[in-house]
Design a protein around this ligand. Sequence first.
Ligand code: SAH
Ligand code: SF4
Length: 337
Amino acid sequence: MIPISALLPEELAQTLQVSPPYRGRQLFAWIHHRLVFDFNLMSDLPENLRRDLAGRALPVALKQDMKLEDAEGAVKFRFRLLDGSTIESVILQDRRGRKTACLSTQVGCAMGCLFCRTGSLGFGRDLKDHEIVDQYLLLRSLASPDLSSVVFMGMGEPLANLDSLHRAVDVLGYGGFSPRRITLSTCGLVEGIRSLGERKLPVRLAVSLVSADADIRNRLMPIARSNPLPELRRALLEYQEVLGKRITLEIVLMGGINDRSEDVEALVGFVQGRSGQLPLRVLINLIPWNPLPEFSYKRPETRSVEWFQERIKQAGIPVTTRMPRGSAVCGACGQLG
Ligand code: SAH
Ligand code: SF4
């Protein structure tokens, strides 16, 4: 069976050997615009073609394994892949009712950040391009056809699977979902950020900085040793020169670990740079750590988050705090797995 959700119209016609070529456009429209995944319902295709395709092609290959919903409109799905492994994808809703799909890029994650449940699972494998597109299609079909944004903040490290991700972004774009509404979040892989800049992919970039203190970052994020802060900063400046966009720095705040006054000063210093260095153009997003029973970190007190935010604001840096939405279904940041 051939998975086909990451094929563009011409490729559909070619790969499936169907003619005339406009059949590819029809198939693409059924799958991506009408969210119909059953060939039998594709009424403008000849019946013999529908039967033939049903025997050899898969519009979506993922199967829903579990669904959890909470009162705030968060819906978490577990999907089973063809090889039996599972991933999770979430729809989160903000106060204005706008919906964001949070998609996974890998089974598990190899980066091993000490505060993250996905990291504690270890690495399974990279998702294929169609497995990324399938999550987008299934979330729309099972929960919400209209999405305001897509974020790659589910399981896995997007920049460690950039080819599949790039392809998925292209397919979503072809289907009418602009890359400007897509955010990719990375733990800070310097090579990956350079490669993203070279590809000039017009998605938004978020970086899980966590701490601008090298010792703390090295302790919490094993990848920080091979991707040290000065190099990360240089890569972000270069990226900004090419794409000209504001970057989001995500700071998961853990009480007593990275929410102290020296931590906020280090963060402000990282953004503003030393004399002679260019400042970074960023939005800082504070994420109070979402508690996980198997970890001993603490969510910081609300007033300490407010104080941290105020100090950043005083330094003239735009800052927001992400309220923990979706935590009732363990669909909040870092709770997937
Ligand atoms: N691998 C990518 C994207 C997935 S993680 C990355 O690290 O950026 C998405 C976000 O969740 C990251 O900003 C990460 O720092 C954050 N996160 C991980 N565990 C968390 C937890 N327990 N509470 C709150 N945020 C967490
Ligand atoms: Fe992987 Fe991101 Fe979790 Fe780190 S925070 S382990 S990079 S998913």
